[in-house]
Design a protein around this ligand. Structure first.
Ligand code: ZN
Length: 203
């Protein structure tokens, strides 16, 4: 399986990092080795002093497809989840400055937290899902999928122009504002519609 991540999909997050609003979705991949094993803590890698949490809504692909039209995209996923796209911000900044790929800052071991998936039928509208992240019990990030610049179906259309999507692939749909540094002993807890979805310890 592969993980397809979307960058800069929320206006407020683009503003907090002083980035430009993209003309098209920004895509990057994480390998399956980036998935943090269930119940394991996240270890801050020694090559970064500034690892940020990015809480994101996840979409699990249930059907193989390529060149999917937006109006059929809903047939390619049944479940929605929540996760964290851990980012070594210092390393990413130096790679970005040199125009180099971001993978070392985004795709390292443990950099993808994949929480629990729930049926999309749980939600009245996948474009109106509230989610949030607490760090040590304090809310740091809060988003609603309605604020995405490109909504889930538009992302599937765009992604599948470039990559065949396969059963089990996961899309990370981008983070809202409020990203910040994680420190040893932090606890990060993710919520969808106020319900706890995952909780992880930082070491
Ligand atoms: Zn992200």
């Amino acid at each position: 399986m592969k993980i397809i991540c979307v960058g800069r999909n929320y206006g407020a997050h683009i503003a907090e990092l002083d980035n430009e609003r993209p003309e098209h979705p920004i895509l990057f991949l994480k390998p399956d080795t980036a998935i943090l094993l269930k119940k394991q803590p996240f270890f801050i890698p020694d090559f970064s002093d500034d690892v940020h949490h990015e809480v994101e809504i996840l979409v699990k692909i249930t059907k193989i497809g390529k060149h999917i039209d937006r109006k059929f995209a809903h047939k390619y996923y049944d479940e929605i989840g929540l996760g964290i796209d851990f980012t070594a911000r210092d390393l990413q900044a130096s790679l970005k400055e040199k125009g180099l790929p971001w993978e070392k800052a985004k795709a390292f071991d443990g950099a993808a937290v994949v929480g629990n998936f729930v049926s999309k039928k749980t939600f009245q509208d996948v474009n109106d899902i509230n989610f949030s992240l607490k760090k040590n019990g304090e809310e740091v990030q809060k988003g609603n999928t309605g604020l995405m610049l490109w909504k889930i179906d538009a992302l599937i259309e765009y992604i599948s122009k470039y990559f065949t999507i396969k059963i089990g692939d996961i899309i990370f749909t981008g983070t809202p504002s409020g990203v910040s540094k994680v420190n040893p002993n932090d606890t990060l807890t993710g919520y969808i519609e106020g319900k706890e979805n995952f909780s992880i310890k930082v070491k």
